[in-house]
Design a protein around this ligand. Structure first.
Ligand SMILES: NC(=O)c1ccc[n+]([C@@H]2O[C@H](COP(=O)([O-])OP(=O)(O)OC[C@H]3O[C@@H](n4cnc5c(N)ncnc54)[C@H](OP(=O)(O)O)[C@@H]3O)[C@@H](O)[C@H]2O)c1
Length: 274
């Protein structure tokens, strides 16, 4: 089972760090060659070196995917330039992981239109554009596309309103795309992580420690209880699920939105008066 994706080419957006990096390494371990993208060239090159040390090919294309605001996919837009780089490096695509995203928490009444637009520009429109642009390649290979979305739309809260709205739009888009996928032989799914131990989590932990005076392990336990989850996720938890979904054994999973969150999305509150 170690090289079940041997000979496949995967593009992972936001693969310079965090969950995207973890997915890229996991897919390489499963036999994939990788196209890596993000803005930080040095970080991307470091991931590429790790992938090459596993005996796989890796190519790097640094790009700011929010920079592409054109309605049309002209050759000069970032997704189109990325697609051309992919074509030049590998000439095919089997797996597209739309992972890049960075939506800040904010107070609704203090949030500017620009912040709303920014939230959608990367985690929604860049995903839509890449899926549309690379669809012919995915169709040719009988490939797979996954959006790394989030649980924010399952139970939206006011201070993560942009994120929840972006995720809601993404879930609808991916569900509709899955209908086209059935016709064209492309597998389409969404993975919704809960709270994963990445850089952002470590920043939050620092704030919790400062606020509560707790040591690191105690602060993690304090926060785990607050969120009522079994434990915090790891990048490997999410990457392992992605690997399974795109592997032959996961192929029947289609049009699904898979929560992987240690139970963070809770039960509905029921009336006690019935
Ligand atoms: N971590 C969690 O707990 C969690 C939970 C639910 C959902 N998610 C979702 O999972 C995905 C990955 O999250 P993460 O925690 O791994 O995030 P992260 O550590 O902040 O990494 C984000 C990735 O996106 C890239 N990126 C950011 N802005 C970009 C831009 N303008 N253009 C191109 N690439 C850009 C970053 O690369 P550069 O810095 O090199 O540009 C980086 O590789 C996101 O979509 C996030 O919303 C995460």
């Amino acid at each position: 089972m170690n090289d079940e994706l041997s000979g496949k080419v995967a593009l992972v957006t936001g693969s310079s760090r965090g969950i995207g990096r973890g997915i890229a390494l996991e897919l390489a371990a499963a036999g994939c060659d990788l196209m890596l993208t993000g803005r930080d060239t040095a970080a991307l090159e470091a991931v590429a070196a790790e992938i090459r040390s596993l005996g796989r090919r890796a190519s790097v294309h640094a790009a700011d995917l929010t920079a592409s605001t054109d309605a049309d996919l002209t050759a000069s837009t970032e997704p189109a330039v990325l697609a051309a780089a992919l074509d030049k490096a590998f000439g095919r695509l089997d797996i597209l992981i739309n992972n890049a995203g960075a939506v800040r928490r904010s107070n609704f009444f203090e949030t500017s239109d620009a912040e709303w637009q920014d939230g959608f520009a990367l985690k929604f429109f860049a995903h839509v554009k890449l899926a549309r642009l690379l669809w012919p390649k995915l169709k040719a290979s009988g490939g797979s596309v996954i959006a790394i979305s989030g649980i924010g739309a399952r139970a939206p809260v006011p201070d993560y309103m942009i994120g929840a709205s972006v995720i809601g739009a993404s879930l609808a888009f991916m569900k509709a795309l899955a209908q086209i996928g059935k016709r064209d032989g492309v597998q389409v799914n969404t993975v919704n992580p809960g709270s994963v131990d990445t850089d952002r989590f470590r920043h939050r932990l620092t704030r919790i420690m400062a606020k509560t005076g707790l040591e690191q392990e105690a602060a993690i336990e304090h926060h785990r209880r607050e969120l009522d989850i079994t434990r915090f996720g790891t990048v490997e938890d999410v990457a392992g699920l992605v690997r399974f979904v795109v592997s032959p054994r996961g192929r029947w999973i289609h049009g699904s939105a898979l929560d992987i969150d240690g139970g963070q999305v809770g039960p509905l509150r029921m009336s006690v008066y019935d």
